[in-house]
Design a protein around this ligand. Structure first.
Ligand SMILES: Nc1ncnc2c1ncn2[C@@H]1O[C@H](COP(=O)(O)OP(=O)(O)OP(=O)(O)O)[C@@H](O)[C@H]1O
Ligand SMILES: [Mg+2]
Length: 252
């Protein structure tokens, strides 16, 4: 389940992030990178982050702890930066907080990461349809000499087209062009590691994770939020049951 916390201070906007994430302090004395529910990218990117993190952890990848952070109105009201104030005002209520890894830096050398971990990252991104792991923007951080996967907001990208009716026959897509993926050299490992990673991924607390996604982040998918949760579950199940299309669809 995602813990609920309350924001106590907006420290600064993170200009390097496309969605203008913010650094915030919370009532649990933690510091977080917050992705805002009122950002132009929409709430589905937050849903993608939450589900992706649960799957990533289940296969043994590191990703910062996620929490739901309540943004009280006064924090938005008293923010001096106009662009940030607009974003905060649109985001009063629940947002997504990622545990801040102080002193972390962008990953830049494949040689230092084990083949096993590298292949797992590629498998995860193929499973969840995450194209956002390129050398230009790897979304991988080094922290205390370990690799941490961040920013899965672009995952499940077909879900931006999902509406009231969702066609399970299309769950084998996307077939990604991985030429620019940082772990592209590990593509040949996919068939060999698939069974083992499916077994690990089955241990992900998927039901609890889906339950903890706020209902109003799921509107517009399926008949109602519960149906939306079922659709995400079915999407992952279908891709795990038969990886043939997405493994065969690897293009390098
Ligand atoms: N938990 C974290 N701890 C430390 N730094 C982080 C954390 N999460 C994000 N960052 C930093 O903030 C930057 C932006 O975060 P993130 O990539 O999640 O946002 P984004 O808006 O989706 O960005 P983009 O679309 O540009 O990739 C990251 O590249 C990283 O430098
Ligand atoms: Mg990013």
């Amino acid at each position: 389940m995602l813990e609920h916390i309350i924001a106590t201070r907006y420290v600064l906007p993170l200009r390097e992030g496309g969605s203008l994430p913010g650094l915030m302090e919370a009532d649990d004395l933690g510091t977080y990178i917050v992705k805002f529910s009122g950002a132009g990218q929409g709430k589905r990117v937050l849903v993608a982050e939450i589900i992706a993190a649960a799957v990533a952890r289940s296969i043994g990848l590191r990703t910062p702890d996620l929490k739901l952070i309540e943004l009280p109105a006064p924090i938005a009201k008293y923010e001096a930066d106009e662009e940030a104030q607009d974003l905060l005002t649109a985001s009063i209520g629940l947002n997504l907080a990622s545990d801040f890894l102080p002193g972390s830096f962008a990953f830049d050398d494949g040689g230092k990461i084990s083949a096993d971990e590298s292949a797992k990252i590629l498998w995860l991104d193929l499973l969840i349809g995450n194209p956002d792991r390129t050398w230009r923007n790897p979304n991988l951080l080094m922290w205390h000499r370990d690799l941490w996967c961040i920013d899965h907001g672009a995952a499940f990208y077909p879900h931006h087209g999902w509406g009231e009716a969702v066609d399970p026959a299309k769950f084998d897509r996307p077939l990604m062009d991985i030429a620019t993926h940082v772990m592209a050299p590990y593509a040949d490992e996919m068939p060999a590691i698939h069974e083992q990673l499916v077994t690990l991924a089955a241990t992900a607390p998927l039901s609890e994770t889906l339950e903890s996604i706020p209902d109003d982040w799921l509107t517009g998918i399926g008949r109602d939020p519960q149906d939306a949760r079922e659709i995400y579950r079915a999407y992952l199940a279908a891709r795990m049951a038969d990886p043939t299309p997405w493994i065969a669809g690897l293009r390098r």
